[in-house]
Design a protein around this ligand. Structure first.
Ligand code: PGA
Length: 233
């Protein structure tokens, strides 16, 4: 075991779901113990690069880290662009056509490729369908996903797997000795980097069914359980 890639929201927080942003102190402690034992901890998230780099700094995890759902890789102050397109025009179209339903994320001001919206009302599946129709009508190619926290509009090439592959290459880590952990269907993409994929116990159904292993416990507690098993404590 040489590296652990973890999603942020729903994975190292106390709980998962819109509005659950409190970091799990158990998870933070577990990630620090792993780092101290020489295991590289990488954040792989839909958040903007500024938020990702800030969270990483104060948790104390060395990275490289992946932001904007795979589009940006942050390593020691340097940013690598994994995506070559931006979903900015698609995000603007959604703002115009779905303002009653979608609330743009405050982080959109510092995003470059992937844009996020919280859903004000309605079932995320219906909202995704409507957003897809808006983009098709406008002829804007973009990928849409929902993290359990926000709807993301992404360039077609965006993938957490692509971002994680770049992060592993920058760190000189063999994917075969890396475990990735997430809480939602978007995190399935991380397996494309060749890592073992784990789901926290309260992950969404798609990830619970698609992951290689399901961890006991919920969100941050699952991370603490995994760290104990890795460190043999
Ligand atoms: O940005 C979000 O919507 C959620 O971010 P995550 O990828 O860390 O779960």
């Amino acid at each position: 075991m040489c590296g652990l890639a973890v999603d942020i929201d729903g994975t190292i927080t106390e709980k998962r779901g819109q509005g659950s942003f409190r970091l799990s102190l158990e998870a933070v402690e577990a990630l620090r113990l792993l780092e101290d034992a020489g295991i590289r901890v990488m954040l792989v998230t839909g958040n903007s690069v500024m938020v990702t780099a800030g969270v990483a700094r104060y948790i104390g995890v060395s990275g490289p880290h992946v932001a904007e759902n795979g589009c940006l890789v942050y390593r020691r102050g340097t940013i690598t662009h994994a995506c070559h397109h931006t979903a900015r025009a698609a995000a603007r179209a959604l703002e115009e056509e779905m303002s009653g339903i979608l609330q743009p994320s405050w982080q959109n001001r510092c995003r470059l490729h992937d844009y996020a919206f919280t859903i004000r009302r309605g079932d995320p599946k219906d909202v995704l369908r409507e957003a897809k129709m808006v983009l098709t009508e406008r002829g804007l190619p973009a990928k849409l996903s929902h993290s359990g926290y926000a709807l993301h509009v992404r360039p077609p090439e965006a993938s957490k797997g692509l971002g994680l592959s770049i992060a592993l290459r920058l760190a000189g880590l063999d994917p075969g000795c890396v475990i990735a952990v997430g809480d939602s269907a978007v995190d399935l993409e991380m397996r494309d980097a060749g890592v073992l994929l784990a789901a926290v116990g309260n992950a969404d159904q798609q990830l619970l069914e698609g992951a290689d292993i399901v961890l006991p416990g919920e969100s941050g507690k699952s991370i603490a359980v995994l760290a104990k098993a890795i460190l043999g404590r």
